[in-house]
Design a protein around this ligand. Structure first.
Ligand SMILES: Nc1ncnc2c1ncn2[C@@H]1O[C@H](COP(=O)(O)OP(=O)(O)O)[C@@H](O)[C@H]1O
Ligand SMILES: [Mg+2]
Length: 411
């Protein structure tokens, strides 16, 4: 592909775009294929395909280790940047294979990358105060291995203007889900939970969004520690236990979920250190009760945030849930109990489901970048200016979907 193909892509009326996501759960690479017509508030999307590729456990653990400032190693991060680029490329090639397409059929990839560190606060470092965030799995590796122009690294542009680079999903929520007469909340339960409030007929400035606290991150961590399973599938472990009040009260002392927004959090807070302390407290407690308690804590923190920081301003009539946490029946039952009188449902709109939603976001953000539209939301990220998000990576070879790369790196 020659770089003047970029002009072609820019001038197209519609584009075929692949969105790639690996979130803070580090469970899988989700790849979605969509047709996007127009851009901004006029974007029309059609979902054409989806695959999800599990992340090998050794890579998952390496990401956890390297997300932690005490155990992270710069040489491992340097290598993971390329290894994950290859892993993400394979997810694209598998998607192409599944739908019998090749790289020439696709205009763009939008890739989130893997968050390795997220520092949305302004603590002083050498006397400098900046907000920063870092995603790896380089988009230039993806462009070159897939033969498709790739836009990646969306978050960092927001940090140029003192934003935290997060959350990004409210942009998608705003352009696709704002309702004329209903106040809606969109909740995504990934590794972390985040909520977007869309008052009826909201303008971009009226959208309100923040991380509420943990999603599946604590549940996954403890399930791995206690049962050597990556996550509590179908909440089978949580269902066998009951809430331990002492442990629940200990969790209530957490400062992030109870802080008023704007706020954004991640593995730096709810990751290994947090989980180790929690396990120390829970030494005498039945394993199933531990998992039940942290599962109920996740649901509670979501409701706490609604009750204290949202309802007083905007009473919602509909809560639309996406992310892997919507597959956890204990979380869902608990949320339905807390949100009595409000319609609680799983996302399933315009072909967007609870599984593909966040990957759709990165396809849409790639489309916004190429269209020259700022896609950060100052009202939610705290940045002082609009910014065009993403870095565009070009390539010179097209690829057939036959050759996969990730496994071939193991030599
Ligand atoms: N069937 C299920 N039962 C219980 N939990 C599930 C199920 N499917 C997914 N999850 C949870 O969702 C997580 C993945 O959610 P996801 O939305 O992909 O998060 P992220 O965006 O952080 O990757 C898994 O790690 C797991 O905790
Ligand atoms: Mg995931």
């Amino acid at each position: 592909m020659k770089s003047n193909n970029l002009n072609k892509i820019i001038n197209k009326k519609f584009r075929l775009v692949i969105g790639l996501l690996s979130g803070t759960s580090v469970d899988a690479v989700d790849a979605v294929l969509l047709k996007i017509t127009g851009s901004g508030i006029n974007s029309k999307i059609k979902i054409l395909g989806f695959t999800t590729q599990p992340i090998p456990n050794d890579i998952r653990l390496a990401i956890f280790r390297n997300s932690n400032s005490r155990t992270g190693k710069i040489d491992e991060i340097c290598r993971l940047n390329v290894i994950l680029g290859a892993l993400f490329s394979d997810a694209v090639l598998k998607l192409l294979r599944k739908y019998k397409l090749n790289s020439r059929d696709i205009d763009l990839i939008g890739s989130h990358g893997q968050t390795i560190h997220h520092l949305p606060g302004r603590e002083s470092f050498l006397g400098y105060k900046v907000k920063s965030t870092m995603q790896i799995g380089d988009p230039s590796i993806i462009a070159n291995l897939t033969g498709i122009t790739t836009v990646g690294d969306f978050r960092i542009a927001d940090c140029a203007f003192d934003g935290g680079g997060a959350p990004l999903v409210p942009y998608l929520d705003y352009i696709l889900f704002t309702h004329n007469s209903k106040n809606r909340a969109l909740l995504n339960i990934g590794g972390i939970s985040n909520i977007t409030i869309l008052p009826a007929g909201a303008s971009k400035e009226e959208v309100f969004a923040f991380d509420t606290g943990p999603g599946n991150m604590i549940i996954d961590g403890l399930t791995y520690h206690l049962f050597r399973k990556g996550y509590d599938k179908g909440a089978v472990f949580a269902k066998k236990g009951k809430v331990n009040l002492e442990l629940f009260n200990y969790l209530l002392e957490d400062k992030i979920y109870s802080t008023s927004p704007p706020k954004s959090t991640g593995r730096e807070h709810y990751g290994m250190e947090f989980q180790k302390k929690l396990l120390k407290k829970a030494k005498e407690i039945n394993k199933y009760d531990i998992v039940r308690t942290v599962t109920e804590f996740t649901a509670f923190t979501i409701y706490y945030n609604y009750k204290n920081f949202i309802e007083p301003k905007d009473k919602i009539s509909e809560l639309i849930i996406s992310g892997g946490g919507s597959e956890n029946p204990v979380i869902m039952k608990s949320l339905r109990n807390y949100f009595k009188g409000i319609k609680v449902r799983k996302m399933n709109d315009h072909g967007i489901t609870s599984k593909n939603k966040e990957a759709v976001l990165f396809a849409v953000l790639a489309n916004e970048c190429i269209s020259g539209n700022p896609a950060n939301m100052r009202s939610v990220s705290g940045s002082t200016k609009d910014a065009i998000l993403g870095k565009i990576c070009l390539c010179c070879h097209s690829r057939e979907s036959g050759n996969l790369y990730f496994k071939s790196l193991k030599r």
